[in-house]
Design a protein around this ligand. Sequence first.
Ligand code: HEC
Ligand code: HEC
Ligand code: HEC
Ligand code: HEC
Ligand code: HEC
Ligand code: HEC
Length: 307
Amino acid sequence: MASAGTHPANSSILLNHQLSLHLNPYRYKITQSGGEILYSVGDGTKTSSVPLALAVGGGSRVGQTYLFEKNATYFESRLSYFSAIQGLDLTPGHTNATPQSLESAAGRPLSGAEAHRCFACHTTASTANYTFAPQHLIPGVTCESCHGPGATHVAAMRAGIEGGEQLIFNPRRLTPSDSVDFCGACHRTWWDVSSNKDIGILNLRFAPYRLEKSRCWGKGDPRITCVACHDPHKPLAEDPAFYDQRCLACHASATSNSNADHMAAVCPVSKKDCVTCHMAKYDIPGMHYKFTDHWIRVTKAGEPYPD
Ligand code: HEC
Ligand code: HEC
Ligand code: HEC
Ligand code: HEC
Ligand code: HEC
Ligand code: HEC
């Protein structure tokens, strides 16, 4: 998450790839020039170039989208980088229809609120004194995003003030439901999804919503929070075996579950690689990536995606 939002000149993707694409009649190119990254769109007669302001998304898994600023408005680039193809393609949400001008071919204007939200989830401290202040931001999701400003804490600890460790927010003290909602501040909570009516395959990306639909979830249990399976301080574990112990914390035997009103059965099929069968992966059209369904369940071949 540390590279969830970076200055374009520090994006390893932009530094290591020559990116261009011809989407008739427009030619797109991203080039480096004097410490800036320029995004250019040409239609054969005219070319328009703007420096990129923010590279959004670390891009090691899915990809990276770009923001640029024009006349005090942020725009989202029409093209994004996708890791699976190591190149550019349409940004999800943008249509294939031929844009009528160079400006609309470059990207989509974001409303102020939309741009601020983008910064809020992908960078740290873009807001100061309740005002959007992107010049103060720290790129990426950093310690402060989750633990609050650390300066007071560090000063108190250095001065040996008793209770200094209390000044920093420790998410370990949250209840299971609050802990999932805490990650849901960016990954979207159950409420965000139900109230937005984000139905269909697009809600696959909202892990808290999907997880809470699982029968495993029950009323919440510390063994089935986001941090039970993911250490936010480490890279995502990709080996299915890594997750077995998490499942077996509840599913090892009829008596392994001490929580009497939330009894978990033993699998009649396999003792390992649980997530390969019970956490299915689905493509989201246009994203060149298979996302993991956090709705843990017995899946049936050929069943439609359950909302
Ligand atoms: C401030 C917003 C924010 C919060 C809070 C947050 N995340 Fe994330 N998370 C992101 C973003 C943005 C990404 C995409 C990372 C990228 O673009 O590189 C991400 C990616 C991830 C990934 C995928 C692996 C990766 O690094 O790309 C996991 C797993 C994850 N987050 C788990 C969690 C957990 C667990 C919590 C709660 C403890 C949490 N996140 C809280 C914003 C957040
Ligand atoms: C409510 C918080 C939130 C907002 C707002 C948001 N994102 Fe994200 N974004 C996430 C999280 C969490 C992830 C990781 C999970 C996933 O891939 O869906 C992510 C993933 C991504 C990725 C894929 C990164 C990878 O892991 O390779 C890109 C690209 C991206 N976002 C771009 C954007 C852009 C551009 C905007 C604004 C126009 C935006 N996001 C707004 C939370 C947010
Ligand atoms: C995406 C959110 C997120 C980010 C970013 C993050 N942390 Fe954490 N951190 C957590 C959560 C959640 C816990 C509690 C984990 C648990 O309950 O097992 C935690 C626990 C800790 C703890 C242990 C506290 C204890 O009582 O055991 C320390 C120390 C810590 N984080 C330091 C850091 C530092 C330093 C960084 C930056 C390099 C950082 N964290 C970045 C979410 C985050
Ligand atoms: C906190 C304990 C807990 C954890 C951790 C947990 N489960 Fe469960 N799971 C349950 C309980 C309890 C039920 C049964 C709920 C019921 O009968 O209403 C269940 C139900 C299931 C079911 C049947 C669901 C259905 O729709 O028929 C499957 C499959 C399953 N779990 C697999 C897993 C896998 C795989 C993992 C790890 C990725 C896992 N569980 C992690 C407690 C847990
Ligand atoms: C029972 C274990 C388990 C729990 C609980 C869990 N995850 Fe995951 N998560 C996984 C597995 C397995 C993967 C896929 C790893 C792989 O194959 O790369 C994954 C992948 C992800 C990814 C990467 C994108 C994707 O779709 O593959 C994100 C982001 C993520 N989880 C966020 C979360 C958040 C936020 C929570 C809390 C709501 C959460 N996870 C709870 C097991 C879990
Ligand atoms: C090869 C695929 C596969 C793997 C791997 C697998 N399962 Fe299953 N699991 C199934 C199938 C299929 C069913 C449904 C069986 C039936 O209904 O007869 C099932 C059923 C279940 C159930 C529901 C049992 C009940 O009585 O309601 C649970 C719980 C479960 N699995 C947990 C797990 C756990 C935990 C693991 C890892 C230790 C695991 N599974 C590994 C395929 C798998």
